[in-house]
Design a protein around this ligand. Structure first.
Ligand code: HEM
Ligand code: HEM
Ligand code: SF4
Ligand code: SF4
Length: 410
């Protein structure tokens, strides 16, 4: 039985890891399609940023409710990596244990505590999504969030149930260090699951736990929860300096092959990593003066729509055509409307707020540059002013010959 179980665990593990590796490789290769960009300067400052933005959740706490729930889930995952190592170790190597480094004492207590905190975080997230329903989630992918929250809850229930089943079988040296699992164990005893009767219960929770972890691994690469993996590198490679990312990059007019960006693959790897990282939390949207005044622009949807466009045109393109893919959907005009691009006032509030430090402004300006420099397209308001400057020498369209009349009082 033990051998059969070891082989079964190994088989599902390898299948899920292989699938994950294939998807991750494709995502990585997609990043490399665009022009290069150096973000390897000032490493100590970059590390400090990761510790603050990720470890302490500095920007996350600007929204206290989401900040707290995410702090529980994020740190829970870090701590529970030990439980995942333990679960796979037990399945593959009979007799495997973390006991020598405190697996039955302080690690057991931490796992128990964070198991409960993660469940509390998931519950808070569900209340937020299903009952409070803040406007910032409008247009975000709700199903995706519910699937991932469900998987996380299942992983936790699997872990706590397994620990409780082990306790009711008797002789678990960590029992007194696991208050939450012990409480569940008393419930199990109430329905008669104790001693050898609890062996299949333990087995069932073991498989619930493992299969949910693997489903999570398989699901992440094609969901917005890719942020679990890419948020940390995205924060590390953020643009540094005052008004970071808001300043326009110079164009080499002599040598540029294109002006601005009209296709996703013209963006550098960091711009594409930004697209992978968006959690659709809507914090940028809630600070955007254009969105708040009813203009046709939502910075969240700029990122989400550009990501969808990347997936439609490159990820799902036939192999061999990904470098110069067919364009089933144009970036400008179809994925992102011209009105959206013109509605931005370049204030940078969106990127000031984004907890994963996505840079919206350079992307919007890149698309604007393509419209102006490659297609000679201007916003309606500017067209009249520019035409007037061309024909009359002033933006108001007033006759050049009568300038002294109308300019008299200026
Ligand atoms: C082990 C790593 C992580 C896990 C397990 C995790 C898990 C989650 C989950 C489950 C949600 C969904 C909450 C919901 O939709 O209601 C979420 C949202 C989010 N995560 Fe993470 N995350 C991780 C890492 C990170 C990191 C490193 C950051 C960056 C600081 C981050 C930023 C966010 C943001 C901004 C949201 C949206 C929160 C909101 O609704 O306001 N996550 N994460
Ligand atoms: C609902 C109306 C408006 C909103 C929400 C709005 C918002 C903004 C924001 C957020 C900025 C960026 C500020 C920054 O860079 O720090 C900006 C810049 C600017 N706005 Fe407005 N604005 C509005 C109306 C107007 C109007 C009516 C005018 C002109 C009469 C105007 C003229 C400007 C100018 C000239 C700038 C550039 C300032 C600079 O670059 O330093 N705005 N606006
Ligand atoms: S820079 Fe543009 S998209 Fe970002 S908040 Fe300001 S107006 Fe909105
Ligand atoms: S761009 Fe940033 S702030 Fe906006 S929805 Fe995505 S993660 Fe949230």
């Amino acid at each position: 039985m033990t051998l059969v179980k070891s082989v079964a665990v190994l088989a599902v593990l390898l299948a899920a890891v292989a699938y994950f590796a294939v998807r991750a490789r494709r995502l990585y290769r997609m990043l490399r399609l665009g022009p290069n960009e150096n973000r390897f300067d000032h490493i100590p400052e970059r590390i400090r940023g990761v510790l603050s933005y990720v470890g302490l959740h500095t920007r996350m706490f600007r929204n206290l409710y989401s900040g707290i729930l995410h702090f529980f889930i994020f740190w829970g995952f870090v701590v529970l990596l030990t439980a995942i190592i333990q679960a796979f170790g037990e399945g593959i190597i009979p007799g495997f244990s973390l006991a020598p480094i405190g697996g039955n004492t302080w690690i057991a207590s931490l796992q128990d505590l964070f198991g409960v905190l993660v469940l509390a975080g998931v519950l808070m997230a569900l209340i937020n999504r299903l009952i409070i329903r803040p406007r910032q989630f409008h247009e975000s992918n709700e199903v995706d969030a519910l699937i991932i929250l469900g998987l996380i809850a299942t992983i936790m229930v699997g872990m706590l149930g397994q620990n409780a089943a082990r306790i009711v079988q008797g002789g678990d040296p960590s029992a007194s260090w696991r208050p939450a699992s012990s409480a569940i164990a008393r419930l199990f005893e109430g329905v008669g699951w104790r001693g050898t009767a609890a062996v299949p219960v333990h087995e069932a929770f073991y498989w619930v736990h493992i299969l949910a972890v693997l489903a999570f691994l398989v699901y992440i690469p094609s969901s917005k929860h890719l942020h679990i993996i890419v948020a940390i590198p995205n924060i590390f490679f953020r643009k540094l300096g005052p008004k970071a990312g808001a300043a326009l990059a110079p164009i080499d007019l002599e040598h540029a092959e294109h002006y601005g960006v009209s296709q996703v693959t013209q963006w550098s790897w960091k711009n594409l990593l930004d697209l992978y990282s968006c959690t659709e939390c809507g914090r940028c949207q809630e600070q955007c003066p254009a969105f708040l005044t009813g203009k046709p622009l939502n910075p969240k949807m700029i990122i989400v729509d550009a990501r969808e466009n990347l997936y439609k045109t490159v990820r799902d393109a036939p192999a061999g055509q990904r470098r110069d893919p067919p364009q089933p959907q144009k970036l400008i005009g179809e994925a992102i409307k011209e009105d959206e691009i013109w509605a931005c006032v370049a204030c940078g509030a969106c990127q000031q707020e984004c907890p994963v430090l996505i840079e919206h402004v350079p992307k919007i300006m890149d698309m604007r540059r393509s419209l102006v420099l490659e297609e000679s397209k201007f916003p309606k308001e500017a067209q009249n002013a520019l035409r007037s400057i061309e024909t009359q020498g002033n933006p108001y369209g007033l006759p050049r010959a009568q300038r002294s009349d109308w300019a008299g009082g200026l």
